[in-house]
Ligand binder design. Sequence first.
Ligand SMILES: NC(=O)c1ccc[n+]([C@@H]2O[C@H](COP(=O)([O-])OP(=O)(O)OC[C@H]3O[C@@H](n4cnc5c(N)ncnc54)[C@H](OP(=O)(O)O)[C@@H]3O)[C@@H](O)[C@H]2O)c1
Length: 256
Amino acid sequence: MEKWEGKTAIVTGASAGIGDAIVRDLVKHGINVVAMARRMVRLQKLRDQLRNEKGKVIPIKCDVSDKQSIEEAFEEIEQRVGKVHILVNNAGICISSDIFNNSKKSDEIIVSTINTNFLGLVRFSKNAYKLMKKTDDYGIIINIGSVAGHNASLDFPLNVYPGTKFAVRAVTESMRQELNKLKDTKIRVCEISPGGVLTEIGGDSMNTPEMKAMIESGMFPMLKSSDISQTVLFMLMTPYEVNITEMIVKPVGERI
Ligand SMILES: NC(=O)c1ccc[n+]([C@@H]2O[C@H](COP(=O)([O-])OP(=O)(O)OC[C@H]3O[C@@H](n4cnc5c(N)ncnc54)[C@H](OP(=O)(O)O)[C@@H]3O)[C@@H](O)[C@H]2O)c1
């Protein structure tokens, strides 16, 4: 990890769950992290908690589903930080609902899931790549997908969520191919597909007594956010010329 010390990472979705854990692990290793999300209060609290770590946290507000918000955030990153070496595209939403539902609400869920999980990730990658090129140094884009991006037959209706995660895997490979064509051997792109991780993404459905009992008994095994941040560290630890393009990380005993 020493090779990344003093370098800069951007982590989206840093105000909760997996993103929060990734920020904690990166700053412990001396990486300066631009922590991004919509809830600034949470990002500022994270910065304060990690004040004594080797790397520093720079909280910047951004709605990844909004093009203008992304452009403004990158102007701020360019002014305050300048160079970027690592991008972790982690922000995501997953709202249980049906596709064949003609309500306005259902349409809003479809649009915001695509804009957050897919379009936001593509736009962040484009903007971060521009700043990575300025460094003339090594860089890496890590996209957080899901096991739902490998298998859409889940027990509950997740609308277009699996579709966006299949798309994340596809676009990761398209980016890799494009970097090959550009003969850009300094920037790598890869994808991590987590299985179930106990975070806020499942909302209240994960907090029922029945669900808690199933998790505790091992009937419904779940990872911790730190299991995924450790996977991010593993990706970073590999030599610059090694590209692990994809990793699936499941809790032992997961059914999917
Ligand atoms: N938990 C799981 O079981 C699981 C499994 C596989 C994959 N994943 C993936 O892991 C990633 C992180 O999920 P998580 O489980 O940690 O969820 P989480 O606890 O709900 O956290 C989601 C994060 O994404 C941010 N976010 C959501 N919409 C955003 C937007 N429009 N603009 C900016 N930030 C936004 C949230 O911040 P704000 O609300 O403050 O903006 C929050 O920081 C997601 O891509 C998810 O699909 C999770």
